[in-house]
Design a protein around this ligand. Structure first.
Ligand code: XMP
Length: 516
């Protein structure tokens, strides 16, 4: 395992993903973890991430010198680089020489482990105030910029490496190559980790955990719960029952997809609960977004608990239903302070927000995986593309894509508009280019239009296509005009009561991805 020491500011997750893209398994540990504890995990290599601090700032995270002396290969990036420099006797000063963003880097490759085979000048992503002016003794300086004399160094004998920039971001043109040089050449690792190993490992672990007992799993129609369920199904077969709550807020064809495609691909036992009426009744007269979310969450839990009680009552043998499967992903684990051992993983991520006091033991077979890896696992498990490549869709469904009160009529209308948008985006081959494209009905807004010979007074539909890496930030997608035109024409022609289609051109922040 390669351990990525997290100095904050979201870089660590990206680094861990890049290491795994190089097919080497990696995990994240917080920088507050004592060095002897880090070393006790017997890492094959250590990467020190960037972070928001200055090494001179009061309370800046530090690392015991021992980490560099244990014979474990270490790669410092940005803050990690400066920390390495400073700890080992180099000079880091606050020169006022800042660099942010894309920066040209001059590389002196002769004998360099990290830079071999990369260009003499390459573009890298910088983000720092302090700068290293002298490398520690025994280190060779391998790169510089106009502003920073020491932008990379290495001590090949001691297997210590560092770069001032962020090789993990895609703007650093040779970043992945440099990272791989560290992993393969510096640390002597081989690209062996695959999602196939994950499946085998998990299947065995789940069998051991569950024994002859039973498990249930809530399916949301999303990728994570589907892949988690498929994995557990592979391990324990008919000891697993899945529950799918149809709250009537799903998009066109979604429930059928779960009922037919998912079951066909996995052979899972599925209990579908038709709860449309219940949800619509509970949502009657409500237009406040937070209130809608609360109601949907609450009703969801009730329906789920009822289904679960039925499954327990109907169990064909007297084996207890003791386990609940959840599609918790690695970023959730890291963000909730997990990975450090004892943190009790809560339920912020699960289907519709299940209550914390559910009396189940959790099975979380994806808790070491990133989203793209979950997709690969799903593919290997034979799930259809329509499920595995599915874009994110919020638990409260179309309920938070109708601005105004949620009614069956409005839902049907939005379902039509959404289906058209999805169809055209898919036909244009844009599914992989966009993160998701919420289609929103402004049910309380009307505008005047003209259709045929008559005046109309209808509702607008908003298209909200975004690109994003993690939904924390997003930009609006520059979709081709002809695709937008086609969607607009079709929606206004085919969907009753809609006479206008508008495009949301707001990034996040300030706008969120969803409208509510
Ligand atoms: P926002 O609107 O906060 O959305 O920018 C970020 C991402 O989260 C999705 N989303 C949800 N997913 N339950 C979910 O499972 C929810 O309540 C929920 N609200 C928003 C949204 O679609 C986007 O991908």
């Amino acid at each position: 395992t390669v351990l990525v020491v997290d100095f904050g500011a979201q870089y660590a997750q990206l680094i861990a993903r890049r290491v795994r893209e190089a097919r080497v398994y990696s995990e994240i540990v917080p920088s507050t973890m004592p060095v002897d504890e880090i070393l006790a995990k017997k890492p094959a290599a250590i990467i020190l991430s960037g972070g928001p601090s200055s090494v001179y700032a009061e309370g800046a995270p530090r690392l015991d010198r021992e980490i560099f002396e244990a014979g474990v290969p270490v790669f410092g990036m940005c803050y990690g680089f400066q920390l390495m420099a400073e700890t080992l006797g180099g000079t880091v000063d606050n020169t006022g020489a800042r660099e942010y963003g894309r920066t040209p880097l001059q590389v002196s490759k002769s004998g360099s482990t990290l830079f071999e085979g990369t260009p003499d000048e390459q573009s890298v992503w910088m983000s720092h105030g302090d700068a290293c002016s002298a490398a520690p003794e025994g280190f060779t300086v391998t790169a510089s910029t106009d502003v920073v004399p020491v932008a990379a160094f290495e001590n090949d004998e001691k297997k210590l490496y560092g770069v001032q920039y962020h090789p993990e971001v895609m703007h650093s043109t040779h970043g992945q190559q440099v990272l791989e040089h560290f992993l393969y050449r510096g640390a002597g690792l081989s690209p062996e980790w695959t999602t196939g190993n994950v499946i085998e490992e998990q299947v065995e672990a789940i069998r051991a955990q569950v024994g002859t007992k039973r498990a249930i799993c809530g399916l949301s129609g999303g990728v994570d719960s589907a892949v988690a369920a498929a994995l557990v199904q592979k391990a324990i077969g008919s000891q697993l029952t899945c529950v799918y709550v149809d709250h009537g807020l799903m998009r066109k064809g979604e429930t059928e997809q779960v009922e037919k495609d998912f079951v066909a691909a996995t052979g899972v036992q599925l209990k579908v609960v038709d709860a449309e009426e219940r949800f619509l009744t509970a949502l009657k007269g409500v237009s406040d977004p937070e209130e809608k979310r609360k109601i949907i969450g609450r009703e969801f839990i009730r329906v789920f608990e009822q289904a679960q009680a039925e499954i327990v009552a109907e169990a064909p043998d007297d084996q207890p239903v003791e386990f609940l499967v959840q599609g918790t992903l690695y970023p959730d684990v890291v963000e909730s302070g997990g990975g450090t051992g004892t943190a009790n993983i809560k339920s912020h991520h699960n289907v519709g927000g299940l209550p914390e006091d559910l009396e189940f033991k959790l099975i979380e077979p994806l808790r070491k995986l990133f989203k793209d890896e979950v997709r690969m696992v799903g593919q290997e498990l034979g799930l259809p593309d329509e499920i595995v490549q599915r874009q994110p869709f919020p638990g409260p469904g179309l309920g938070i894509r109708i601005v105004g009160e949620v009614t069956k009529e409005r839902l049907d209308l939005l379902r039509e508009a959404d289906a058209i948008a999805r169809e055209e985006l898919t036909a244009a081959g844009l599914d992989r280019d966009i993160w998701q494209c919420p289609v929103v009905l402004l049910a309380d807004v009307r505008s005047v239009g003209v259709q045929g010979d008559g005046r109309t007074y209808g509702h607008p539909i908003v298209l909200r296509p975004v690109s994003s890496e993690d939904a924390m930030t997003a930009d609006w997608s520059r979709l081709p005009y002809d695709v937008l035109a086609k969607i607009s024409t079709r929606i206004t022609n085919e969907v009753r009561d809609v006479n206008r289609v508008v495009l949301d051109v707001t990034s996040k922040p300030p706008g969120t991805i969803e409208w509510e």
